[in-house]
Design a protein around this ligand. Structure first.
Ligand SMILES: [Cu+2]
Length: 242
């Protein structure tokens, strides 16, 4: 009976904590095709975390109350030898949960990194404390990132000094730029508008201001903009692809 009551309390607390945790829009507005699958993954992770949180809290509070020491009782607790069933359960359940989340994340990553044949390639250069973008195909360079809406972009990312990290919150995806190698990030922006590229790897004193404007626009507006930019400058040789 007690077990049933504890199970009910765990379910109730799971529901309450899940509802509370899902009220905030953690990731903010969405503007890429990757946002949906990533937000769903976050929701599933929140539900599973709330279940674990509730299980631990209910057990902890019940045990503290049920086996509290009586006033004046200074004796040692009874020695406990272990419980095989319990140990199997608390090893197996977290293992299944972690493997499930790992597999699910893999599927999502595979889905959002699928390469489209007509993707546009943009070379991203990061240095303390500035971003610049080369459009080699169009022979253009800029400190602003402009991309057409609805077309996949492959960012080939280079770091000229220390590690930086490329993140546009509305696109969700994020990847490090690492000196000596070229990393790749894929995204399909599906909403026009102005956004901000943020460096999310502590890269020095100016890290907090290392941002760049991002404009997602129609193909025509992009073509007009790109024609007005300077030619691609000389750059250090690309690092090995990773
Ligand atoms: Cu930084």
């Amino acid at each position: 009976m007690t077990v049933l009551k504890l199970a009910c309390a765990t379910i109730v607390l799971t529901v309450v904590s899940t509802v509370l945790m899902l009220i905030p829009n953690w990731n903010g507005p969405a503007a890429s095709t990757a946002a949906g699958p990533i937000d769903d993954l976050l929701t599933v992770t929140i539900v599973m975390s709330c279940f674990v949180f509730s299980l631990v809290m209910v057990a902890l509070i019940y045990f503290v109350w049920r086996w509290r020491a009586k006033p004046g009782d200074l004796s040692d607790g009874e020695p406990i030898h272990g419980n095989t069933k319990l140990e199997i359960a608390w090893t197996l359940i977290p293992t299944i949960m972690v493997l499930f989340l790992g597999g699910y994340s893999w599927v999502v990553l595979d889905e959002i990194e699928g390469k489209e044949p007509d993707r546009m390639v943009v070379d991203v250069y990061s240095q303390q404390f500035q971003w610049s973008f080369d459009y080699r195909e169009q022979d253009a360079t800029s400190y602003e990132l402009h991309v057409p809406v609805g077309r996949q972009v492959e960012f080939r990312m280079h770091a000229l000094d220390v590690i930086h990290s490329f993140w546009v919150p509305e696109w969700r995806v994020k990847k490090d730029n690492v000196p000596g190698v070229t990393t790749h990030l894929f995204v399909t922006p599906n909403k026009t508008g102005s956004f901000q590229l943020i460096c999310t790897e502590l890269c020095g004193a100016g890290h907090g201001v290392m941002r760049a404007p991002v404009v997602v626009e129609s193909q025509a507006a992009f073509e007009k903009w790109v024609r007005q930019q300077d030619s691609v400058p000389d750059r250090p040789a690309d690092g090995k692809d990773v």
